[in-house]
Design a protein around this ligand. Sequence first.
Ligand code: SME
Length: 151
Amino acid sequence: MAVLDPDPVVTRLRSAFNHDADRHRLLTMAAALLREAGEPYTSVYLYMLHGDELVLEAYSGRETDHERIPVGKGVCGTAVATGEDQNVGDVRARENYIACNLFTRSELVVLIRRGSEILGQIDVDSDQVDPFTSDEVAAVRVVAEALAVLL
Ligand code: SME
């Protein structure tokens, strides 16, 4: 069982889209609704791909200084460079981790893809060690797939 139930999140996003919500509004809603799932979700960041950089377009939770991350750098940039989602159970074990604060212990990055194109990613931080089960990853992926259609 996942903590996140993605279906109501997707319903809310589709409804906002049908009421002419723009891209920023959809991304901000997605960040807030994902974070509302509660523990282990601490902060949620929507980084979108602009050329060879990820740009922070919306977030919910702790502020970050990392508004731009080059492809290939950190956990976020690695997801884009490899085309693979990243489930990092313990960020202290990752050499290329870019720390935003001292409390985050784990990070999940799920790519937002439209066909073969990577549009961006959902980046979830948690203060818990290794909290993201395969069910949890699948739940976040449902939201990423919905966003890929709506953006
Ligand atoms: N930890 C990320 C950077 C983004 S912040 O967590 C918001 C990384 O290593 O790419």
